[in-house]
Design a protein around this ligand. Sequence first.
Ligand code: XLS
Ligand code: MG
Length: 346
Amino acid sequence: MAKAPKYRFCAGPWNFSEGRDPYGPETRPAQTFDWKLQALKELGFDAMMFHDDDAVPEIDSKSPAQVLKEAKELKKRLDGEGLVAEMVAPRLWFHPNTVDGAYTNNDKRLRRYAIDRSKQAIDIAGVLGTDLIVLWLAREGSYLRESKNARRSVDLLVEAMDAMLTHNKKIRLAIEPKPNEPMDHAYIPTIGHALAVAQLTTAPARVGALIESAHAILAGLDPADEIDFAMAFGKLWSLHLNDQNGLKFDQDKPFGSANLRVAFNQVRALERNAYGRGGEFICFDVHPFRTTKPEHYLKHLSNSRDTFLRLVDKARSYPEKAAQALIADRNYQDLDQLVLNHLMGS
Ligand code: XLS
Ligand code: MG
């Protein structure tokens, strides 16, 4: 088993969310960007991940020159705090132009908006010093099957990615699949879909993936298998660890909160593939519970990291020999118990 380097941790400003859900308002005060930067410092995290408008608020109302100026100011602040920008993701699901999708919108003019905004996100990433662009394709899918042509949508996605890859020959695109929510069905629901689409672009080597645990679970898959699959192609460029209790709305629970064994297997997959060797970060895309009080604002992040690190110990102390003997004997009954005993600490 290749040894993974020391893990480095990352979170985004949206991970300090305020508790709003479709049925009720915020339950915690909004914190400023500076407060969030300090929080990551306090946690000892190494990086921040950004949507384009996390980096430059109200981006659509600003000139390209103003956007770059603000991105430069942000870069200075990050340098000052010793934090790096892990990625930039164009937020293509908020603006009225993206109501019916971004790259796969049926209206050509609105598709143009999505591509232009993505190019601007790439420029921001350049200023922030990261080559990683994350594409969570939130509204690329359908609410009703007949409203869009799924075959044409694949072409449109490839066209958009080609435009981005051409705009800057150094960037890498990491597709973050999610099978549903907000859409009924998304066009890129799994890592297999993401890597297949990568092959249709003009620069397949620069198109990879980001796995989010909850999204894989929502697709009915085991996130550990998704990690192994992506890493077999050398294509896991980022990771959003969290947890999800079954097939319902995206919960973004702390890592390991719903299923410790599934979390353990993700850590084992990361360890056996030496995730992080290429400089990749462990990002937690987790949210505080709605009930979380303001004084516990950082707990979902510190707890996720604690669980992650304890599971790294568990992965490294896993009784591999005993497990192999049980596998050779096809004694999966006792293999199952060996895993449970190991996780329970005996
Ligand atoms: C939402 C996604 C989102 C992305 C970044 O479900 O996880 O937070 O990670 O755009
Ligand atoms: Mg995510």
